[in-house]
Design a protein. Structure first.
Length: 98
């Protein structure tokens, strides 16, 4: 059974100077996860110190394994929480009959 989990990540201070390239790689990976339905949504703070992501997964361990595979995992403190509710105003995809 799939559940929704929130990953709340704090990036180490000063990572930007040496690892901006890894941030781009991580955002590419997150985009792939979105396309595959593993990731529901994510947000990155303007100063790149916080990342929030909602995942579809079967367990907290599965989310942690996904997060550890990310390029910046060594620079992140990760907290994962099982969500009891998740609401969004995003409309489901619509299809053209043409």
């Amino acid at each position: 059974m799939q559940y929704r989990f929130m990953a709340d990540c704090t990036l180490s201070a000063g990572f930007q100077d040496q690892e901006e390239r890894l941030l781009t790689n991580q955002q590419d990976l997150l985009q792939r996860f979105l396309e595959e339905g593993i990731l529901v949504n994510y947000a990155l703070s303007l100063e790149h110190s916080k990342l929030w992501a909602v995942f579809n997964a079967t367990s907290e361990m599965e989310v942690l394994e996904i997060m550890i595979a990310m390029p910046l995992s060594h620079a992140m403190q990760i907290e994962v929480s099982l969500l009891s509710a998740f609401d969004s105003n995003q409309a489901p995809p619509s299809f053209s009959m043409n």
